[in-house]
Design a protein around this ligand. Structure first.
Ligand code: MLT
Length: 398
């Protein structure tokens, strides 16, 4: 089903003293767009029919570019989380004239009854927004005999986003939506997300060669690589094998060292548990260490669901690939001519900031950014400041 896009035109009343659409007006416009989308779908009375009301529990609005009176905005939206009584919608507003992002926002809704008690999300609402979510521009590319799910957005210098373990490309939602002026490419590594998950053949070299073949298939010559944790291990391997193709590097919550003997044992133990119990064993091992204490429960839930969707061969393959990866420390000081950004969540307990700081000191052209209020997944827990740091770095490469 194609996504319903709504167009609304800014009027003088929407604008602040500087003459561009104000924060408050954006909130109003996003709300109008949501109701208009419902009107064209299950109806504006879809909640009322069931004695319910969707209350906004949390909103995050990000401003990207000024909008003047008379300019028309195109609104789109997708569901990023559907719980029992709550759901999160991400909305984007683009200027029709030039296609540039003007603002984006995320709203967490709770369905309340007339007594203010949370109630299950009406089925038709869930179905309506999920149908939109499945219309995300997903593509497939076959590389090295395996079909990979990818998402590409925009045009300009290419940036490739590589997720961590045991996650998928959807962690990059925010930079995919907002980094206009760049061609954003996110893939599901083999074995994860919606990519094929063969039983065998997992190694850092294989992931890196998949990436090189994907970049070829997309007609790109040189790219900026952005790897989170295991994605960083893949980036290091890519640098060893295909260095000439790297224009810049973003290392997020990752480390250069190989696993210690103890770490390798822990990988083997988790492989056994995942084979016996399934993806739940990986969720139980990783989730308690991913976030800060202040993370909203629905974020934990969406990452949990992501891990539970990951095929067992993909999890086992990634664990063995990580266990056997070489030490990338000797590579760091050789990265002359590779502008690098090292990013880390201030409260990351898996790859603590001290590791990232040391990496940034060793890499010749590195800068270092710490993201407050984030653990191991700053792009999920604090998407706005993390994407801002990425954007600043990408702009510096021009
Ligand atoms: C990841 O987030 O990709 C993992 O924590 C990496 C690892 O276990 O070494």
């Amino acid at each position: 089903m194609s996504e319903i896009e709504v167009e609304l035109t800014a009027v003088p009343d929407d604008c602040d003293a500087a003459g561009s659409v104000s924060h408050a007006a954006f909130l109003r416009l996003f709300e109008r767009a949501r109701w208009e989308q419902l009107r064209r779908g299950p109806g504006v009375d879809v909640f009322e029919r069931q004695g319910l009301w969707p209350a906004v529990r949390r909103s995050v609005l990000e401003f990207h570019a000024p909008v003047r009176p008379g300019e028309t905005l195109r609104f789109s939206q997708h569901l990023t989380h559907l719980g029992r009584t709550s759901f999160t919608l991400r909305q984007n507003a683009r200027r029709v004239a030039d296609g540039n992002a003007a603002a984006s926002a995320e709203f967490l809704f709770v369905c309340l009854d007339r007594q203010g008690q949370p109630q299950p999300v009406p089925e038709d609402v869930g179905r309506f927004f999920s149908a939109r979510a499945s219309s995300e521009p997903v593509d497939r590319v076959t590389v090295n005999g395996v079909s990979l799910a990818i998402e590409t957005r925009g045009s300009g210098p290419a940036v490739v986003f590589i997720h961590g373990f045991p996650l998928d490309r959807s962690i990059w939602r925010h930079p995919l939506d907002t980094l206009t002026g760049f061609r954003r490419i996110a893939l599901d590594l083999r074995g994860m997300g919606q990519s094929d998950a063969p039983d065998l053949g997992y190694s850092m070299a294989m992931y890196a060669d998949d990436l090189a073949a994907l970049i070829d298939a997309l007609g790109e010559d040189r790219v900026v690589l952005c790897g989170l944790s295991m994605g960083g291990y893949v980036a290091f391997e890519f640098l060893r094998r295909h260095r000439a193709r790297v224009r810049g590097l973003i290392l997020m919550d990752t480390r250069a060292e190989a696993d210690s003997a103890e770490g390798r044992k822990a990988r083997d133990l988790l492989v056994t548990r995942v084979r016996e119990q399934g993806a739940i064993a990986a969720a139980e091992a990783m989730l308690p260490r991913f976030f800060t204490a202040g993370v909203p429960p629905e974020i934990i839930q969406s990452i949990r669901e992501m891990i539970l969707r990951t095929p067992v061969p993909g999890i086992v393959g990634a664990l063995t690939a990580m266990r056997d990866r070489p030490d990338s420390s000797p590579l760091l000081s050789t990265l002359v001519g590779v502008p690098t950004l090292v990013v880390v969540g201030e409260e990351d307990v898996i790859t603590p900031p001290a590791i990232s700081r040391a990496m940034a000191t060793t890499i010749p052209e590195a800068r270092f950014v710490e993201i407050p209020g984030a653990g191991h997944l700053p792009i999920v827990e604090q998407p706005v400041p993390t994407t801002r740091a990425i954007l600043k770095f990408l702009q510096s490469l021009r």
